[in-house]
Design a binder for this molecule. Structure first.
Ligand code: GAP
Length: 463
């Protein structure tokens, strides 16, 4: 019977390190808070998710085009977007142990109250009247709440002067708005159409991040879909449906996510409707993705601040207008985490000597599995290695493959199970005579003999 471990993140974090999915950032120097590095297997998983997203939302459609913009943008972008003035978290310090905490987390972890939209005064008051305790030392003695801007600052040029300040982008979205006219003029797309981008974003997150859930450097996959105002509800519902289809496509289980609509106080001032797709992480039900109706706020702001015209001329009804925007937004790292949690399975299996042992297997959807095929010679004997290398050369271009000949075949199967390889191909002594290999299925552990000459075709059929 399959058993899913829901008790903690510990198994996932430990497997991630043991098998090369994710390592702590700068580990040999004691780490750097809220940074993680993707290892040899993790980078394949992450790339597969990004490529699948690009295929699903860009390549397979004729109404969405791509963009890959610079991370560093003119500071005026962030003034126009409202990030310089308003991309803040309210922080409090514990006066006793000096722990610095996000006020919304302190409140929402302890009370059934949403902090979004509340003033600093209200936030301070809620903490005081409810006598909330510091999670580090247990005392209830906090400073007043104050604003802290989440954007990372740096300087362009040789002097660190105020007018040289630039920011690492906190979202990829703004580049799609800033390039709206460039995309329009170079592609002649007609509304409705979208611009999509995958790239790094940076936020100076100060609270512990729960592994790769909340990091200071992360990747987003964002789509800005430009529409006519009157179509907003129809488009919103459509994109909500596409987001659900995407979750199915990468194998996130239905029972583990839900949709939560933002209430009035939580909505950004320009948004008429926003939903979060939330996932049941072991540390709580939290935002995985978002879908927002942003009105025409963004293009209006950029028109005002840049003094460039952002209007669209609609040839269908001879009308000029600033397009409205529906924004489906996805975190790459949260996607990796959700598929890892969903894939993690412990199973009791019988061993050759009649005992049982626990098999840990990552049951990834085949289309995103980091390694598709493992080629395993039964022994290191030269003639077997040679044959196995030939099989590896045959499949490696089409399917991400690993060649592994170290340790016993049982141990190698377990290793491949732990990285979620759908098929292990064993080259044994019989292979030298019959030119066939044994293919083992990750989930059923059933084995099948396949002719080497037919292996490529067989694999194409099962993937
Ligand atoms: N352009 C809209 C926007 O950036 P957001 O809800 O702030 O919206 C979008 O971020 C997505 O980016 C989130 O749903 C989440 O998946 C991911 N994300 C945001 N902050 C993150 C962080 N600190 N670490 C990892 N992923 C993050």
């Amino acid at each position: 019977m399959a058993k899913k471990n829901e008790n903690s993140m510990d198994e996932i974090v430990s497997l991630a390190k043991r098998r090369g999915f994710v390592f702590p950032g700068s580990e040999i120097y004691g780490g750097l808070a809220n940074t993680w590095d993707y290892g040899p297997v993790g980078v394949e998983l992450k790339n597969n998710i990004k490529q699948a997203w690009w295929k699903f939302f860009v390549k397979d459609r004729d109404d969405v085009v791509g963009l890959d913009a610079a991370i560093l943008m003119n500071s005026k972008v962030w003034e126009a977007s409202g990030h310089t003035a308003g991309f803040n978290d309210a922080l409090v310090d514990c006066k006793k142990c000096r722990a610095r905490l996000r006020a919304d987390h302190l409140i929402e972890d302890n009370l059934d109250v949403k902090v979004e939209g509340k003033s600093l005064k209200e936030v301070t008051e809620i903490i005081k009247t409810n006598n909330l305790k510091c999670p580090s030392c247990g005392k209830s003695d906090f400073t007043e709440a104050r604003q802290f801007n989440l954007m990372f600052k740096t300087y362009q040029g040789v002097t660190e002067e105020g007018n040289n300040i630039i920011y690492l982008r906190p979202e990829t979205a703004q580049a799609m708005f800033v390039n709206f006219k460039n995309v329009l003029n170079s592609t002649h797309k007609k509304i409705p159409f979208g611009v999509a981008q995958i790239g790094k974003s940076f936020r100076n997150e100060i609270t512990p991040g729960n592994f790769i859930f909340r990091t200071v450097e992360f990747e987003q996959m964002e789509l800005e879909y430009f529409i006519k105002e009157e179509d907003w509800q129809k488009q919103f519902d459509y994109w909500q449906g596409e987001m659900i289809k995407w979750l199915e496509y990468i194998g996130v289980k239905k029972e583990n996510y839900s949709i939560r609509e933002h209430d009035k106080e939580e909505l950004s001032h320009y948004s008429k409707k926003t939903i979060d797709i939330e996932y049941d992480f072991p540390f709580g039900t939290k935002e995985l993705y978002g879908l927002a109706y942003r009105g025409n706020f963004d293009l209006t702001q950029h028109q005002k601040h840049s003094k460039q015209n952002m209007e669209y001329f609609d040839t269908e009804d001879n009308q000029k207008y600033i397009p409205h925007i529906i924004e489906p937004t996805f975190g790459v790292d949260r996607s990796v985490l959700a598929v890892m949690i969903d894939a993690y399975t412990e199973e009791e299996v019988s061993t050759a000597n009649g005992k049982t042992e626990t098999r840990v297997v990552m049951k990834f959807n085949k289309n995103i599995a980091p390694v598709k095929v493992a080629i395993l010679p039964l022994s290191k004997k030269e003639n077997l290695s040679k044959k196995a290398r030939e099989v590896f050369d045959l499949v490696k271009t089409e399917f991400t493959s690993q060649y592994d000949e170290s340790q016993s075949i049982g141990k190698r199967y377990r290793r491949q199970d732990e990285i979620g390889t759908p098929y292990c191909v064993t080259v044994d002594f019989e292979s030298l005579d019959d030119d066939a290999v044994t293919v083992r299925d990750r989930d059923t552990m059933e084995q099948k003999r396949v002719k080497i000459s037919e292996l490529d075709k067989w694999l194409k059929e099962v993937f």
